[in-house]
Design a binder for this molecule. Structure first.
Ligand code: NAP
Ligand code: ZN
Length: 351
């Protein structure tokens, strides 16, 4: 075992503490990564605060990891020392089931191992995976992606979750030149959805709670930004969209959103609210609409997304923070006060 400096949540409401956590020794298929930056995803906050069920504390969250390879195991072929790499939401899967073979490791039949808060048998019985708010991590090479030259490690980190979570459903539902896409919620996921959908050639509209971010939306590639509180503008959008990407972390009126779709249109939900979805059957049956969901993306898909982003000059729009600003950053994300992703400079941990 080795240790690394990390941020740890001691409980659901307590401030983050700086300390050391264990990592397993580098195995023959493993890569040791010196983490440079780690993004703060709203899922980290849901998890740490116990909103998705009880968890084991202390926990080091973080699944938007970017850094440099500093050591490799004897059987590693895909990565070498000095490579710029990223790790997202998963670090292990069986590799043999239908889902793994089809590149959907997140749906591994035996259960994928997530980057934090998953059982971690490789580190010992009863151990739990610990994430990327840390200076080093050891990951099986199959779950490590290459960050292309041209994307800075700081703006690449959020691509590892927010990037692939928006890229995968946009690609799956056929977004391309001529598509009309609405992105609901201009946060960490939403702002990536805007950039990626625009780069795919779609005409993008942002649906936000206010007009505060309207200038940013246009700068990121949207052609329109509408406040969901403006009833007249919302009514004017009825029947407009091929795809709506809902990134909101709170309960929304899905029936209202479905009304904004064209016939055969798709509402893809990636935000994870606490309550059940509710909409009348006629909202989908009436014009053959689809209500879909999407969870992150597979490893090959993540690499494809990174290559797409490099080709189109896309990185996340970020605010870099130090280790002692993370506790406050959580409150700011929940308050919607971030433009558009906080990224931790992990060199500040323990200093
Ligand atoms: P975020 O940065 O907090 O963004 C969420 C956005 O939703 C906010 O910027 C805000 O946009 C809007 N919003 C927030 N509260 C709202 C409310 N009460 N009513 C209406 N709109 C509200 O969060 P994120 O990191 O993008 O994550 C968003 C959600 O996706 C979270 O639930 C997260 O757990 C989930 N997630 C899912 C996956 C997946 O694989 N499916 C992956 C990662 C994250 P405006 O200010 O523009 O209204
Ligand atoms: Zn995430």
């Amino acid at each position: 075992m080795m240790t690394t400096l990390a941020l740890q949540a001691p409980g659901p409401d307590a401030a983050f503490e700086q300390g050391t956590i264990e990592r397993r020794d580098v195995g023959e298929h493993d890569v040791l990564i010196d983490i440079a930056f780690a993004g703060i995803c709203h899922s980290d906050i849901h998890t740490v605060r116990g909103e998705w069920g009880e968890i084991r504390y202390p926990l080091t969250p973080g699944h938007e990891i970017a850094g440099t390879v500093s050591a490799v195991g004897s059987a590693v072929t895909r990565h070498g020392v000095g490579d710029r790499v990223g790790v997202g939401c998963m670090v292990e899967s069986c590799g043999e089931c239908e889902q793994c073979k089809n590149g959907a490791e997140q749906f591994c039949r035996r259960g994928a191992t997530f980057t934090y808060n998953s059982p971690d048998p490789k580190r010992g019985e009863g151990a739990i995976t610990q994430g990327g708010y840390a200076q080093q991590i050891v990951v099986d090479e199959r779950f490590v992606c290459r960050i292309p030259e041209g994307i800075g490690l700081d703006v690449a980190a959020p691509l590892m979750c927010a990037g692939v979570t928006t890229f995968a459903p946009l690609q799956r539902w056929g977004v391309g030149p001529g598509s009309t896409v609405a992105v609901v919620g201009m946060g960490g996921l939403g702002h990536m959805g805007v950039k990626i959908a625009a780069a795919m050639g779609a005409q993008v509209t942002v649906l936000s709670r206010s007009l505060d971010k309207a200038d940013d939306s246009r700068e990121l590639g949207a052609s329109d930004h509408v406040s969901t509180k403006d009833e007249a503008s919302m009514k004017a959008l009825r029947g407009s969209f091929d795809v709506i990407l809902n990134t909101v972390s709170a309960d929304l009126d899905l029936g209202g959103l479905l009304g904004l779709l064209k016939p055969f249109g798709v509402l893809v939900n990636v935000g994870l609210p606490n309550d059940d979805y509710a909409f009348p059957p006629s909202a989908v049956i009436g014009q053959s609409k689809v209500v879909a969901g999407s969870m992150i993306g597979g490893i090959q898909e993540t690499q494809e997304m990174l290559d797409f982003c490099a080709e189109h000059g896309i990185g996340a729009t970020i605010e870099v923070i130090t280790a002692d600003e993370v506790t406050e950053a959580y409150d700011k994300v929940v308050a919607g006060d971030v433009r558009y992703r906080y990224v931790i400079d992990t060199s500040t941990i323990g200093s």
